[in-house]
Design a protein around this ligand. Structure first.
Ligand code: ATP
Length: 355
């Protein structure tokens, strides 16, 4: 089963979505983008809730364009679950199921057996979300479309449901499109990741590839590469390198040429504290420390510069380093962790991979 979105466009006043081209096989495709970038508009066009201005949507070669939502085989689940409030959880799921046995199976899978006889409007957010998922799965969708299904849940239940959802969605063996503005959720759940901003598809690849090689400065910053700098490609004795405010950095230079102004990034997790003279080492002063529970973030301003480099340290690494505010440190920016984006934003889309 393959869901193909071909050249879909939709305008809402000044906002323009697309053209979007995506082919989703029996996989989970996460669609990540900031609020207002057009994620819901895209899902609504696929589900038939709105008519696109141009383009087609097809499922296994069958053109769905113009078909009403209930005749598409797609099921769209919104963040509030949209349950019938005065029906019980069981009645909500049974509404879409063709047999009681199916209700029982789904209740077991989604661990909602204990709340089946509760009215939907008395369920907690997490329970409501599970019941909504059970109801959507009861309809045996040919393609499942999820619009921020975990929004509005508190962090622990969100994390737990996220971890449980991934194997469940994969086991459906149908195209699943999972929309979110949360990068952790998008990467934890998706086999592939599409990043959208301002109605435009910026990159489509595996989550690991998007994180390691963001196609544009926006993708880099939206996926957490806060170390985004400007430099220039220069010729050195050992080949092309980056000049960054008068410092020379070794980096993998791809399509860029000597003299090109470029943007480059390095994720904070890859910046390390260096004890000795290593490649791309620089000295600087700690200007900020933030403890984030699962790690420490340090901002270090290199000598003679005013742009901070951020590094992320695990709690043990941070304790070992015995650092104080305003300490001087040496950093290493490993050459193979530096990703050169190019100043025009680079390619807008990485080639989609056949699965
Ligand atoms: P969020 O993450 O906040 O839900 P989103 O990425 O899903 O956002 P959309 O809901 O698709 O974004 O909206 C994209 C843009 O289109 C927004 O600027 C929104 O205000 C506008 N928009 C969406 N639906 C309509 C409509 N029916 N009429 C006018 N403008 C609309």
């Amino acid at each position: 089963m393959t869901l193909v979105i071909d050249g879909v466009r939709k305008s809402h006043g000044a906002f323009e979505l697309g053209p979007i081209d995506l082919a989703v096989g029996e996989e989970v495709l996460s669609v990540l983008g900031p609020s207002g970038c057009g994620k819901t508009t895209l899902l609504s066009a696929v589900a038939g809730l709105i008519d696109p201005d141009a383009g087609t949507v097809s499922l296994d070669g069958l053109d769905l364009t113009g078909r009403p939502p209930e005749k598409r085989g797609t099921v769209l689940v919104f963040q509030d679950g949209a349950l019938f409030p005065h029906m019980t959880a069981r009645e909500n799921v049974a509404y879409a199921a063709d047999a009681d046995q199916r209700v029982a199976e789904l209740a077991a899978t989604l661990e909602i057996e204990g709340v089946l006889d509760q009215k939907a409007d008395t369920l907690s957010g997490g329970e409501r979300q599970r019941v909504a998922l059970a109801r959507s799965l009861a309809a045996d969708p040919a393609a499942l479309l999820l619009d921020e299904p975990l929004a509005n849940l508190d962090a622990p239940i969100k994390r737990r449901l996220r971890d449980e959802l991934r194997p469940l969605l994969s086991s459906l063996d149908v195209p699943v499109v999972y929309v979110t503005h949360d990068q952790r959720e998008a990467t934890a759940i998706g086999d592939r990741l599409a990043v959208i901003a301002d109605g435009e598809l910026l990159q489509l690849d595996t989550p690991a590839e998007v994180f390691a090689h963001p196609a544009t400065p926006f993708v880099a910053s939206f996926t957490g590469s806060v170390n985004l700098f400007s430099g220039q490609v220069v010729e050195t004795e050992t080949g092309p390198a980056l000049d960054w405010n008068g410092r020379e950095l070794d980096a993998a230079i791809g399509g860029e040429h000597v003299g090109d102004d470029v943007r480059f990034c390095i994720r904070p997790e890859y910046v390390t504290l260096a004890d000795d003279e290593t490649e791309n080492a620089l000295a600087g002063t700690i200007t900020r420390r933030v403890f984030e529970g699962d790690g420490h973030l340090l901002d270090v301003v290199p000598d003679g510069d005013d742009e901070a480099v951020r590094l992320a340290l695990s709690p043990p690494a941070y304790e070992r380093a015995e650092l104080d505010a305003r300490d001087r440190v040496r950093l290493t920016l490993p050459a193979d962790a530096i990703h050169v984006i190019g100043n025009d934003g680079g390619p807008h889309e990485t080639p989609s991979r056949s699965r």
